[in-house]
Write a protein that binds this ligand. Structure first.
Ligand SMILES: *[C@@H]1O[C@H](CO)[C@@H](O)[C@H](O)[C@H]1NC(C)=O
Ligand SMILES: *[C@@H]1O[C@H](CO)[C@@H](O)[C@H](O)[C@H]1NC(C)=O
Ligand SMILES: *[C@@H]1O[C@H](CO)[C@@H](O)[C@H](O)[C@H]1NC(C)=O
Length: 510
């Protein structure tokens, strides 16, 4: 998310500073996280008996949240004087190190023990600092709370909105082991286990069973079979842990963002508006059909605290109700192509999306007033294509991220470039904030990016990867402008020929 991106940037800047300041021997830290590199990794393994390492890519959406959570966990462990040290590896910078450690999934977290670099323990949960801490704790001790009577049960099930309760005849051997393994992995939920007769009869069961208990009431149950393995139980819990429809708020936000379900249908609505009950009902009915495939979330636009998320999705309160599908794997959004919010439209929309037939929504900021009166033109999603693919103009565009200092450093150069070409009517010098505006181009992960759109009829994009200095860019542009002139002359000849043929054919018809 954009907020995360911004936070990450300050983190990256901080990191660089931390590196610069460190003396040559000590392993540098970013806040409380060791900054691990090819040259210090082995040293860190030797120095710390338990080293929990976060492998991340700083600009990837999935890494961003975990970087902050990891840092928070590091702080908490340091405060608790834990034996576990936390370190981070930026896999973009430390590609060799990541390769040598066989790190293929980014982000991932591994626990290296006793200096052994070959057999780390894989940490499955990196969602919140609390769950990282719980995971470390559950690794060592019992992974579930033992419940020995009904009073303890009442206390346990009332402790959280959702808890996992295992009822097993034997708490040492057999299927309960699968339950313990599951508990160790799912560090973001409380796990309790019991063998107490009265609890078996309270829930009217006889065999080994796992319950999801919501608001102190059994919600779903899973009967353990001899063939049940950890992934079955994890899947069951992950599938049913969310309610059919979840309202976005401070408590549910991280659960929503970290759900195993990566398709989210968001309903932006004013909960006080007249049609709310009706629309909500349709939404919930549809949710049942797509359980496990699509997560249904409502966002109350009249709640001030939702300002940030609405800003992120660029939904204004007066535009509600609005329904968006978001693919969290690639962050592409889709808009419900209807102003009807009935079950039928929602169903159709979800099906179309899941079949890969929905059309993505392109995001854009509003077109800034006076966007074309300044020397450097400020583009947004809405006017980007029209300006860039204008066959009369050679358009050089700086694709930037406002939080990136590397991007901002190019702004003065862009002013100089605009100045340089100010007499040339055929050249447009422009820039666009790609964090706020979608463009239908592949830009890669790293900003800034520079591309030239030559003045030709066929849509053509020429990337610039030379020195970010005035002279080489001008040389590059002049060369491309000359080339475009020639190509365009050819295109025009071609077009004229086709036009003449069409005219001739039309005459013949007459
Ligand atoms: C990485 O994988 C290769 C091949 O599977 C193996 O030989 C090597 O020991 C692994 N290295 C580590 C650090 O796990
Ligand atoms: C939500 O609806 C209520 C009732 O119609 C209205 O008073 C309120 O201003 C609305 N809030 C927003 C943010 O539109
Ligand atoms: C979501 O995005 C991922 C990654 O681009 C893609 O593989 C997947 O098919 C998308 N899902 C849908 C339903 O479009």
């Amino acid at each position: 998310m954009k907020v995360y991106v911004t936070l990450c940037l300050s983190l990256c800047v901080y990191l660089r500073e931390a590196l610069a300041k460190s003396d040559s021997n000590a392993i540098p830290e970013d806040k409380d996280v060791l900054v691990l590199t090819k040259s210090n990794f082995i040293r860190a393994l030797k120095q710390y008996n338990q080293l929990l390492v976060h492998f991340y890519a700083p600009l990837s959406g999935q890494s961003l949240g975990s970087i902050l959570e990891f840092r928070e966990a590091a702080g908490a462990l340091k405060e608790a004087e834990s034996d576990v040290r936390l370190g981070g590896v930026d896999v973009k910078k430390e590609k060799d190190l990541a390769d040598s450690l066989n790190v293929t999934i980014i982000p991932s977290i591994r626990l290296y023990l006793s200096g052994d670099k070959n057999n780390p323990v894989h940490c499955p949960v990196l969602k919140s600092s609390a769950s990282i801490l719980t995971w470390l704790k559950r690794r060592k001790g019992p992974s579930a709370d033992i419940i020995s009577d009904v009073t303890e049960l009442e206390k346990f099930i009332g402790e959280d909105e959702l808890v996992v309760l295992g009822l097993f005849k034997d708490l040492e051997e057999g299927m309960v082991k699968v339950f313990y393994e599951t508990a160790a992995d799912i560090a973001d939920l409380p796990f309790g286990v019991t063998a107490h007769d009265k609890i078996f009869s309270k829930y009217e069961i006889s065999g080994d069973t796992v319950f999801l208990i919501r608001k102190s009431k059994p919600d779903k149950q899973f009967e353990m079979e001899s063939s049940t393995v950890k992934t079955d139980l994890v899947q069951f819990i992950r599938l049913y842990e969310m309610e059919l429809v979840t309202e976005y708020n401070g408590v549910t936000a991280s659960k929503i963002l970290n759900s195993a379900v990566l398709n989210h249908l968001l309903l932006f609505i004013n909960k006080s508006e007249e049609r709310f009950e009706e629309i909500y009902h349709a939404f919930k009915t549809t949710a049942e059909t797509f359980r496990g495939k699509v997560l249904f979330v409502i966002i109350d636009v009249s709640e001030l605290r939702n300002g940030r998320i609405m800003e992120y999705f660029r939904v204004r309160p007066e535009e509600a109700p609005q329904v968006r599908m978001v693919n969290l794997s690639d962050n592409v959004q889709y808009q419900l192509p209807s102003d009807q919010f009935d079950a039928h439209s929602l169903l159709e929309f979800c099906l179309t999306y899941l079949e890969g037939k929905a059309k993505p929504k392109l995001q854009s900021e509003p077109i800034p007033e006076n966007w074309d009166t300044q020397p450097v033109k400020e583009l947004v999603g809405m006017n980007f294509e029209k300006v860039a693919f204008n066959h009369e103009k050679n358009v050089i565009v700086l694709f930037y991220a406002p939080w990136s200092s590397e991007s901002r450093a190019l702004f003065p150069l862009w002013e100089d470039l605009a100045e340089h070409f100010s007499e040339n009517e055929d050249v447009v010098v422009a820039k666009i904030d790609v964090t706020a505006n979608d463009v239908n181009l592949h830009l890669g992960e790293k900003y800034p990016v520079i591309k030239l759109f030559p003045a030709v009829y066929t849509e053509r994009v020429v990337p610039y990867s030379g020195k970010r200095k005035l002279k080489p860019i001008v040389t590059f542009m002049n060369k491309e402008i000359e080339k475009a002139k020639k190509d365009k002359a050819k295109e025009e000849k071609m077009r004229k020929k086709i036009l003449d043929e069409q005219k001739a054919a039309a005459k013949e018809e007459l």
